[in-house]
Design a protein around this ligand. Structure first.
Ligand code: FRU
Length: 507
């Protein structure tokens, strides 16, 4: 068919199906700053991951999407899928704004028992629970412009039908009332909705995903409150046979290094209320670019997490052209016990190992001044670097390019902090707070260390001490960084360096 006819056919189809046509720009995923091992939309604006669910051997990723611009606007749910959490396939937009409002963040569940009665002919429904954000209501000064609604899919998430009885949860008069994360609470045989309600989390329950009743509230007086609470998640993890519930809460602003970030609590959940074990403030990631992250539903014993790799402080200013923002690498969550505290750990999923195209292993390295590029050749794209040894001392890892732009990461023993310094990392002037050094406390009490750095064209992710201290930061060099140097005034001895050059995921 000629492209003219294709166009006419598309317009006709779109008119009949009442869907908007989206221009699909071509991309080879090779634009400046385009992440090579991270999910990013082909084009246009993306923020939070939404509706992540594993179903029929497929990981679904929906996301906050505004297809008509590279800045935030009327929110849709974009859609992508992956068989392995590594390679992603794009799908058409899943949910469009409607008369009840924009489609804000939310979750998807597999309604195996067909509690919602949306299933037909034995087909199990996927049910999306999301916030409707009524822009007109907001402008008129109303307090009730955010409500919760549902939609279902009987074709593995490809197309969605919104429920005629929406909204299923009306707003009681709370301006920030959003981001429902729903899960099946086995012991009580009912659905639990974890909802961000201004400065606290509200828990609701439902037998059928359609009628919801409030159970309890948590958090008005504990944790970080530098900004509004958003995008919560609640799930159990096991630690040596003990069940520990984890509550994730994103806040904006008020993060440990400025802008938006995600804190967490550990505790008990009895089907009605969450009771924390401790109320000190902890962060799932101390860097400045991991926000609104939640976990996939229906993944059995594994808890898999993905965050939006940006920060509301500058997300709409970052110097990318065709698209804005990427996701973090998928991470597996776990627990470690430090003293009497259960701490959440996050590490990149093992599935990413398929990307290794060249591996160098070096042993017993004196890191006083060690030029890794000499041994491994220039960096030409994403890499994973793991260093391990018996005694951690101060060190830096410097990535730089021929223009002298550099990103410095490392550990400072005098403050016991890991850090990322992007002060001279390249393009930095698009926002006044961007060029900074960020720190994360070292939480491990052990002398020995294992630190993993995942470096893409425009991001660094650090997983230290089994994922106890995690940092994610983005950066925008005008040319790719090609050199890696390790330096340690304190003569750090690295027992093993594992350096992997990685293939990109888009070709
Ligand atoms: C978090 C957030 C959510 C909201 C969505 C709107 O980044 O503000 O609370 O649902 O983004 O796009």
């Amino acid at each position: 068919m000629s492209s003219y006819l294709k166009c006419v056919a598309l317009i006709f189809f779109a008119a009949c199906s009442n869907q908007k046509i989206l221009p699909v720009l071509q991309t080879n995923y090779d634009e400046p700053h385009r992440p090579q091992i991270h999910f990013s939309p082909k084009e246009a604006w993306m923020n939070d991951p939404n509706g992540m669910v594993y179903y029929n051997n497929t990981y679904h990723l929906f996301y906050q999407f505004y297809p008509d611009s590279t800045v935030w606007g009327p929110m849709h749910w974009g859609h992508a899928t992956s068989k392995d959490l590594v390679y992603w396939e794009h799908h058409p937009v899943a949910l469009y704004p409607d008369s009840l409002g924009y489609i804000f963040s939310g979750s998807v569940v597999v309604d195996s028992a067909n509690t919602s009665r949306f299933g037909k002919d034995g087909k199990i429904p996927l049910v999306a629970i999301f916030t409707h954000h009524d822009m007109k209501g907001e402008k008129s000064g109303s307090m009730t412009f955010q409500t919760q609604s549902i939609a279902y899919s009987l074709d593995d998430g490809e197309t969605w039908t919104k429920y005629s009885g929406n909204p299923v949860l009306r707003n009681p008069g709370i301006k920030d009332f959003r981001d429902p994360k729903v899960s099946w609470y086995k012991a009580g045989k009912r659905w639990i909705m974890t909802l961000a309600t201004k400065d606290r989390i509200s828990f609701y329950s439902s037998p059928d995903l359609k009628s919801w009743s409030k159970q309890s509230e948590f958090g008005a007086t504990v944790g970080a409150h530098g900004g509004v609470w958003e995008c919560p998640d609640l799930f159990p993890l096991q630690y040596e046979g003990k069940e520990v519930w984890v509550l994730l809460v994103s806040i904006n602003p008020g993060g440990p290094n400025g802008g938006s970030a995600t804190q967490y609590f550990t505790g008990e959940f009895d089907g009605t209320a969450f009771t924390p074990f401790a109320t000190d403030t902890r962060w799932i990631d101390y860097g400045s670019d991991n926000y609104a992250g939640v976990t996939w539903s229906n993944t059995g014993d594994r808890k898999l997490f993905l965050g939006w790799m940006s920060n509301w402080q500058y997300a709409s200013l970052v110097p990318t052209q065709k698209w804005r923002s990427a996701m973090t690498v998928p991470r597996e969550l776990g627990l470690q016990k430090i003293g009497d505290k259960y701490m959440v750990t996050a590490t990149s999923v093992k599935e990413l190992d398929v990307l290794v195209k060249q591996e160098t292993i070096l042993e017993n390295i004196d890191a006083t001044s060690f030029d890794l590029t000499n041994k491994t050749g220039k960096m030409q794209g994403p890499v994973k670097l793991k260093i391990a040894g018996d005694k951690l001392e101060s060190f830096t890892i410097t990535l730089d390019n021929e223009r002298g732009e550099k990103l410095i990461a490392g550990y400072d023993a005098s403050t016991n902090n890991y850090f990322v310094d992007r002060s001279n990392s390249g393009k930095i002037n698009f926002e006044k707070e961007f060029a900074k050094k960020h720190t994360a406390p070292r939480l491990s009490a052990k002398q020995n260390f294992e630190i993993i750095f995942i470096i893409d064209n425009a991001s660094i992710e650090i997983f230290a001490d089994g994922g106890l201290s995690v940092m994610t930061d983005i950066f925008f060099p005008t040319r790719l960084y090609t050199n890696i140097q390790i330096q340690s005034p304190e003569h750090l001895l690295i027992k093993t360096v594992q350096y992997n050059k990685l293939k990109g995921i888009w070709r």
